[in-house]
Design a protein around this ligand. Structure first.
Ligand code: PMP
Length: 445
């Protein structure tokens, strides 16, 4: 990386009082604000020019590395040419082109794309599409939704309702009715599994058992992340997703994979569906779709789902749903350039090739102080720490702080150190990330 550090800006650490940050302890943040003024490749750059290796790809999204020149140029060009056009009864060429490209990348049979502006909107759109699909087929009674413990599906009321992280919901009820949750398919016997745990497929049978209690003819969809991300990086046991697929098919329930994190190369393929060999009816995506450069999400649906909507009279609006910024021209330009970069640089293949070294290096932390579990798959990983008695999350926070001081940005979440670096990472970056964590762990009390 040769670019000159940007000049120091006097206001960089003057955080003021107005900005209410998401998921942030505001008073703590103000006392010690972390800000960056630039980014490039694998690094964030602070106001004083200090570089920090980004082991989180922003927030699981900058898969091709920061400020990717081709994506930057595409956004600039698009902004100057067509700033905005709605996609209500009109649109623009890049929107059609991006939808085609995504349909090509998605598993066979998933070939229609509805655009949103975030993962949360993608999830809520998918849940609405699932209900409306059954409605269109004369089964309006299918409204129930099934999520999973530790699932994260964004912050809309739909996503929150099917999500499985209690703290996210506590202050915001009542949420949607008719929602059930499956258990987390994980137990202590799977600790330190590399990739998918070898056993545990039977956890999926809980869905069949639930459908003995809840009338399956009232259930619209099951939604899961193929690999649970924000909830703690839990790869599915071998055979688990296959069983969920079979049970959903048996009861005509739509299976939704929330691939907001796992999409676009994290698991070495375009989607986890392909990497894990299980095809859902609907995929939600966002984040890596534009390399994080412009907000965008999408819902990719099967031909069968789409066709159910098209069975009505041709003059009818098939889906009463959409957003002002659906298929925004800047996002579409960023998306097209992002897919070009992924393809030309072979980034999905590169992620697949790097995954064994990543796994090896992470699991080499086993036995370091405070390490309770390590989970990894593709270029994703988590180091779970034993909580400090009476101070949940304190160790992970201290560890992340020490890593930051050593020039590596990792994410602390509860007792977890979460890792999801850009897919352009090299062995040298793997060594620096794992080295910083090792040193930090050894220094913890
Ligand atoms: N679904 C999953 C699986 C996610 O990981 C996230 C974000 N981390 C979302 C949905 C929500 O996406 P957004 O923050 O873009 O709304």
């Amino acid at each position: 990386m040769t670019a000159a550090a940007p000049s120091a800006r006097p206001f960089a650490n003057d955080v003021g009082d107005a900005f209410w940050l998401p998921f942030t302890a505001m008073r703590q943040f103000r006392a010690n604000p972390m800000t960056f003024v630039a980014a490039e490749g694998m690094d964030y750059i602070a106001a004083d020019g200090r570089r920090v290796l980004d082991a989180m790809a922003g927030l699981w999204c900058v898969n091709a590395g920061h400020a990717q020149p081709r994506i930057v140029a595409a956004i600039q060009e698009a902004a100057a040419r067509l700033d905005f056009v709605s996609s209500f009864r009109m649109s623009h060429p890049a929107a059609f082109a991006l939808a085609e490209r995504l349909a090509q990348l998605a598993p066979e049979g998933l070939d229609h794309v509805f655009f949103t502006n975030s993962g949360s909107e993608a999830v809520d759109s998918a849940l609405k599409i699932a209900r409306a699909y059954h409605h269109a087929r004369g089964e309006a009674g299918r409204t129930g939704l099934i999520g999973r413990a530790k699932g994260y599906h964004g912050m809309g009321f739909g996503g929150l309702s099917v999500g499985g992280i209690g703290r996210h919901k506590r202050d915001f009820g009542p949420l949607l009715p008719d929602v059930a949750h499956l258990r987390l398919p994980y137990d202590g016997s799977m600790a330190f599994s590399r990739g998918q745990p070898a056993h545990g497929a039977g956890y999926a049978d809980e869905l069949e058992a639930l459908l003995q209690v809840v009338d399956p003819a009232t259930v619209a969809a099951v939604i899961v992340e193929p690999v649970i991300g924000s909830g703690g990086v839990y790869p599915p046991p071998v055979g688990y997703l296959e069983r969920l697929r079979a049970i959903c098919s048996r009861h005509s329930i739509l299976l939704v994979f929330d691939e907001v994190i796992t999409g676009f190369g994290r698991l070495g393929r375009a989607f986890a569906a392909e990497a894990l060999g299980v095809t859902p009816d609907i995929i939600t995506c966002a984040k890596g779709m534009t390399n994080g450069a412009v907000p965008m999400g999408g819902v990719i649906v099967s031909r069968q789902v789409f066709d159910a909507f098209m069975a009505g009279p041709p003059e009818a609006i098939e889906l009463f749903h959409g957003y002002t910024y659906s298929a925004h021209p800047l996002a579409c330009a960023a998306g097209l350039a992002t897919l070009d970069v992924y393809e030309e640089q072979g980034l999905f293949q590169r992620a697949a090739a790097m995954a064994p070294a990543w796994e090896e290096a992470l699991h080499d932390l086993r036995g370091e102080p405070h390490v309770a579990d390590i989970r990894s798959i593709g270029i994703l990983g988590v180091v779970e720490l034993t909580p400090r008695p009476g101070a949940a999350g304190a160790r992970a926070t201290a560890c992340a702080q020490a890593c930051h001081e050593a020039g590596v940005l990792v994410r602390a979440s509860g007792d977890l150190i979460v890792l999801s670096p850009p897919l352009i990472l090299a062995e040298e970056h793997v060594a620096r990330i794992v080295g910083a964590i090792r040193t930090a762990l050894r220094a913890l009390d």
